[in-house]
Each structure stands twice: as structure tokens, then as C-alpha cells.
Design a protein around this ligand. Structure first.
Ligand code: F6R
Length: 370
């Protein structure tokens, strides 16, 4: 079933491009409009939505965090992300105009299911972004947007993550379309950008695998790793940190790069590996300059720099000990490519240490207890 791959994880990372492509398929009409026939929430009701609350756990919650940057930008309504287990046991503010979006690969995560039940009891509409046909979370929601990543077998989530971001972006653009918050041409342009992403992910799989494996071979005895990013790179850093801890059992911490000087830089010592998600370099991107200055700061303290960066970024080349290149793309699209080297890196680290990458200790593929 692994179809020649060493592990399901390896196979599924290589299905990242298809996961994005299949999730886009059938949702765009000939004239470039988004069609979500499957979402059976009345269009007028969706038009009146004034807040989105994403409930999810783990990797799915990071996909939600990525989507927040895009949806707030396009739809101009607040998007909150909440861990499902935290959401359920406080007193969240929900109204009939709140759209709760439950993101789950398995569709059976009990924490997420309890959160969506709670939201529906409060009168909010719930839309599920789910990868498993007919799963509990899909069945109990008012609407479902399926991610078509195909079955995910490896415990660590990979292709489901890129599919979740894709589905959440489609939802965001759909809301922008019906609310009229973004010009049609711009929606179309953004859809074109999304459709170009599978090819860009494929480029990473075609060109960066050896570099990443070599880096893992040199770094596998490191005791801990820090992962830093800004803007959409921040949730990508959290996801990269989670992957490495769950399958390679390495202590990791992911945080927003802007926080460095507010505390975490105290952790940086000679040889400490620090992974940076570097924003696109083009167009004098202010975020890029800020992340580069973060790299300079930790480099000056002797850190080992691992960077995920846009092909040919000269600043990164100057400071980084290891670079995982990704093709040029707009900032909002970058998580779809940036996460891929981090998935491969975690897998290589775990393989290097002799662990079973598909079945990490203490973890189950779907967590059906609260
Ligand atoms: C991480 C991972 C978990 C899941 C989380 C939610 O690799 O797999 O963090 O993302 O348990 O699972 P789903 O998406 O099935 O609700």
C-alpha cells in the first residue's frame, strides 16, 4: 500500500501537491466564480456573518491560524482561532451571525466534536472542513467543505494540512465573493495563485529532498530546536515544531519571530539550531527585513541557522548554515510551500534516529476521547 515509499509519511508528503489540487477541483466555475454547491447554508445567511471562530486541535488549528491572515484580509471580518478543548469549557461569545469553522482531518476528534456541538447549541452555524467522508464532525455540522487529500495513514498530519489551508482559503474567497469585499479580478487572480501551488510544491519535492536529508544527518543529535516565523510564517513555525517533536521526539518550541527579544533569545546559545521561515524577499517586503534582522541577532550569538526561504534570497544565503529553498510565491500562498521542507525534515530526523515515522509513540491517528 505504501506504493514503493519507505513509509506512509513519505508517500503522503509526496501527495501534498495532489492534496491541494484535488481540494481545488470542482469548486471553480468556468467563468472563475467559486461554486460551493455542497455548502447548504443560505447565501443570505452567509452574507450576514460578522465573525468566524475556528475550532480545531493540533495541526488543524495551525491551518486555521494560517487562514486567519487570509480571511481577515479578504473578508474584513474578525477570525478567531481557538483550540477546541479550550473553547468548549469557557463561555465563548457566539451569536447567530458567528460562523464556527471546525477543522479536522479525521472528523472524529472528540474535543472538536464537543466544541461544535456547543456552538450549535448556542445558535451558531457550523461549517466543517473535514477530510473523512461521513465522519461525525461532518455529519453534525450545518455544512461541510471536504478536503480531498485522500486517506491519511501516517499519524503525523502532512497532506491534510495543505488541503485544510486550501479549503479554508476557498471558503474565505467565497465569503469575499458573496459579500463583495474583494474585486472579482482580484479573486480570480488569487485563485490562479492557488492553482499554481501544486506545481510549486512539486518543485520542492523534486529539488530539495537531498539537501534536507543531509541537514537532518548533521543535526540529528541536537537536543532542541527553535522554530520562528512571522505573519503566516508563524503558524508554519508552530507546525514545523510540532512535526519534529511528535515523530523525532526532539524538544522544540515554535514562536513568533517578533517575540525573540521579549524573552526566547535567552535560550539561544552556541550551536543552538534555530529554524527561520523567511517571508518572500521581493518587493522590499518589510516582513522579510524583520526576519533577516532576527536571523542576524541569533547568528551573532552562535546559533546554527536553518532557513526556509525563497529561491535565491541573497540575505539568507549570507547567514544560513542550511537553506531549504522554495519557489517564489505571494506571502499568503507561502505556507503551502514552506511547510513541505519542514515535514520532510521531521521525517528525515526521525528516520535518522531509527524511529517509526508512521507510528510515533503515545499517539493515535484520531483522538476520540476528550
Ligand atoms: C499532528 C496531528 C495532530 C492532529 C490533531 C487533530 O501531526 O496529527 O495534531 O492534527 O489531533 O486531528 P484531526 O485533524 O483529525 O481533528
Amino acid at each position: 500500500e505504501k506504493g514503493g515509499w519507505d513509509s506512509f509519511m513519505d508517500k503522503e508528503i509526496h501527495e501534498d501537491p495532489a492534496a491541494v489540487q484535488q481540494t481545488l477541483m470542482g469548486r471553480l466555475s468556468e467563468d472563475g466564480e467559486i461554486q460551493l454547491d455542497e455548502v447548504r447554508i443560505d447565501e443570505n445567511e452567509l452574507k450576514s456573518i460578522d465573525k468566524i471562530v475556528v475550532v480545531a486541535c493540533g495541526t488543524a488549528s495551525y491551518a486555521g491560524m494560517v487562514a486567519k491572515y487570509a480571511i481577515e484580509h479578504w473578508v474584513r471580518i474578525p477570525v478567531e482561532i481557538e483550540l477546541a478543548h479550550e473553547f468548549r469549557y469557557r463561555d465563548p461569545i457566539l451569536t447567530p451571525r458567528t460562523l464556527v469553522v471546525a477543522i479536522s482531518q479525521s472528523g472524529e476528534t472528540m474535543d472538536t466534536l464537543m466544541a461544535l456541538r456547543h456552538a450549535r447549541e448556542q445558535g451558531s452555524k457550523v461549517l466543517a472542513i473535514c477530510n473523512t467522508q461521513g465522519a461525525s464532525i461532518a455529519r453534525e455540522s450545518d455544512a461541510v467543505l471536504y478536503t480531498h487529500a485522500g486517506p491519511e495513514v501516517a499519524v503525523a498530519s502532512t497532506k491534510a494540512f495543505v488541503a485544510q489551508i486550501t479549503a479554508a482559503y476557498i471558503l474565505g474567497l467565497y465569503l469575499a465573493q458573496i459579500k463583495g469585499t474583494v474585486f472579482r479580478d482580484e479573486i480570480r487572480g488569487t485563485l490562479d495563485q492557488l492553482q499554481a501551488m501544486p506545481r510549486k510544491i512539486q518543485w520542492i519535492l523534486d529539488t530539495q529532498v537531498d539537501t534536507i536529508a543531509k541537514a537532518a544527518a548533521q543535526l540529528d543529535d541536537a537536543k532542541s530546536f527553535l522554530f520562528l516565523g512571522r505573519h503566516v510564517g508563524y503558524p508554519v513555525a508552530l507546525e514545523g515544531a510540532l512535526k519534529l517533536k511528535e515523530i523525532a521526539y526532539t524538544f522544540t518550541e515554535g514562536f513568533a519571530a517578533g517575540e525573540l527579544k521579549h524573552g526566547p533569545i535567552a535560550l539561544v546559545d552556541e550551536g543552538e539550531p534555530v529554524v527561520f521561515i523567511v517571508p518572500p524577499a521581493r518587493g522590499r517586503n518589510i516582513l522579510h527585513a524583520k526576519v533577516i534582522s532576527g536571523i542576524e541577532e541569533v547568528k551573532a550569538r552562535g546559533a546554527t541557522i536553518i532557513a526556509v526561504a525563497e529561491e535565491g534570497d541573497p540575505d539568507v544565503d549570507r547567514y544560513a548554515d542550511f537553506v531549504f529553498w522554495r519557489p517564489e510565491c505571494p506571502t499568503l500562498m507561502s505556507p503551502l510551500v514552506d511547510v513541505v521542507p519542514l515535514q520532510l525534515f521531521a521525517m528525515d530526523m526521525a528516520n535518522q534516529k531509527g524511529y517509526d515515522v508512521d507510528k510515533p509513540r503515545n499517539l493515535a491517528k484520531s483522538v476520540t476521547v476528550e
